[in-house]
Design a protein around this ligand. Structure first.
Ligand SMILES: [Zn+2]
Length: 168
């Protein structure tokens, strides 16, 4: 089992309670663990995630599953807008377009997610990427003010690896 460390973040909607219907995978596009933690813990960055997984598989938890943390922004999943209202956010440290996830990261995610399939009655198809839910939003509603960042996030190849690992 990988280590799990409890932290906090101010970047959440205090008082909102969510019922998780899915999980959004992200990558940080940055290899600086302390830097990411600092951003997640700084007021007004509006950046956080329920979980940050370090290269060695250590899990940093920033909030309870029922808390509404800010990770998805403009987004749509299975016809429902605003994914922060009903999805958990998982950040992998790193830049998956440049370097693959580590085995520890993938195994750590599997450990974390296994009980949640039962707890929230989730299926593998309820796991998606930030890129997909953001792109689907833009395709449906546009980005007329140009405010939806074109940041890339977890690569399709690494996402597929994570999903495939759940079936072995
Ligand atoms: Zn993201």
């Amino acid at each position: 089992m990988h280590k799990e460390i409890q932290l906090t973040t101010p970047n959440k909607k205090v008082g909102s309670v969510i019922i998780p219907k899915g999980i959004v995978l992200h990558d940080t596009e940055w290899f600086d663990l302390d830097g990411v933690i600092e951003i997640f813990q700084s007021e007004d960055t509006l950046a956080s995630a329920h979980l940050l997984i370090d290269l060695d598989g250590t899990r940093y938890v920033f909030g309870e599953d029922y808390e509404k943390l800010y990770h998805a922004g403009y987004s749509i999943f299975k016809g429902r807008k605003w994914c922060n209202n009903f999805m958990l956010g998982v950040e992998f440290l790193g830049h998956t377009e440049q370097k693959p996830l580590t085995e520890d990261q993938i195994n750590s995610f599997r450990e974390w997610v296994s009980s949640r399939f039962l707890d929230y009655d989730l299926e593998v198809s309820d796991i998606t990427t930030h890129k997909k839910i953001r792109t689907d939003y833009i395709n449906e509603f546009g980005d007329k003010d140009g405010i939806i960042k074109a940041k890339r996030d977890i690569s399709d190849i690494e996402f597929k690896k994570v999903i495939d690992s759940l079936f072995v």
